[in-house]
Write a protein that binds this ligand. Structure first.
Ligand code: MN
Length: 298
């Protein structure tokens, strides 16, 4: 596994030392499955570039989360068929999981997530998936492809039946019928806005460990506007962080991916927000839970 020339955050070299790092960042610039705006293939590099401007110290957690060690590997060579692409990501993340790394994947479009999840299932046997997304992604296939980004939750539900979907505000009649028929845990933005969303209670019913797949279009476009299929009325920055912190504090999160950012030259803000988001999530993971059960030493 080759180290990336651009290390997430651009930290001192001892922080990005692969052997010592608890966290490994995997850039995975696949954009074969997008249906609307292009640019997800350039997103991981844009996030790495922007991450150089993220402050190491987190003023809320009162520590430098990077002290756990964060190493960024080079993006694997990505095959052009979706089946092989998913296999490549499964192998890459599987190898890192074997070395007990906490893996963070930067996409790429949402179709990549089932590859990472396959590796996690191989390691943990079974786990739950929390999806933050504007779209339900529950179509069995989309534009003829079962491996489309718009059907990723259908593929994920073939690997685990414990799913939780948050922030949804674009869902077809057929998808909603499936949610009702199968009793899926799906919470729309409308549920969140109008009080029908008790995250503590919802999380208590979800088995550990947990994989989080975060589609950046869950955010309101005042926060993130560079994404393939943006939807108005999403989560604001602090709302999303509150939800994520609650998840990390209450569940054993064993990996996450951040997908569907697209890179546009006239919008440096979205990649920066995503770089900061990823660093916040790493902070949530290690501020409250080190593998030996102790708090992170500031
Ligand atoms: Mn999605």
């Amino acid at each position: 596994m080759k180290l990336n020339k651009k290390q997430f955050l651009g930290p001192p070299t001892e922080i990005s030392d692969f052997k010592k790092a608890k966290v490994v960042v995997v850039p995975f610039p696949y954009e074969g499955g997008i249906s609307y705006g292009a640019g997800t293939g350039k997103a991981p590099e844009a996030v790495l570039d922007a991450s150089y401007f993220v402050e190491f110290y987190d003023e809320v957690l009162d520590c430098e989360p990077m002290q756990v060690g964060i190493s960024t590997i080079e993006a694997p060579l990505i095959p052009d068929t979706p089946e092989k692409m998913i296999e490549t990501l499964r192998q890459t993340t599987g190898e890192l999981l074997k070395q007990d790394k906490f893996v963070v994947v930067i996409g790429g479009d949402h179709s990549i997530s089932s590859g990472f999840l396959k590796a996690l299932v191989e390691k943990y046997g079974s786990l739950s998936v929390i999806q933050l997304d504007a779209h339900a992604d529950l179509r069995d296939s989309y534009e003829g492809s079962p491996l489309s980004h718009a059907s990723v939750m259908s593929r994920i539900r073939e690997l685990t039946t414990d799913t939780l979907q948050i922030g949804i505000r674009s869902i077809s009649k057929e998808e909603m019928a499936r949610v009702r028929a199968e009793g899926l845990a799906l919470y729309t933005m409308h549920n969140i806005r109008f009080g029908d969303f008790d995250l503590d209670e919802i999380l208590s019913e979800l088995p550990d460990p947990v994989f989080i797949t975060l589609d950046v279009d869950v955010f309101d476009w005042s926060v993130i506007r560079s994404t393939g299929t943006p939807e108005p009325g999403g989560l604001l920055w602090d709302e999303a962080l509150d939800i994520l912190q609650q998840i990390f504090e209450n569940k054993e999160v064993v990996g996450f991916d951040v997908v569907e950012l697209s890179q546009h030259e006239n919008d440096p803000n979205s990649p920066f927000a995503i770089a900061k988001l990823i660093y916040k999530m790493i902070g949530f993971k290690y501020h409250t839970r080190l593998s030996d059960g102790t708090e992170l030493d500031n």
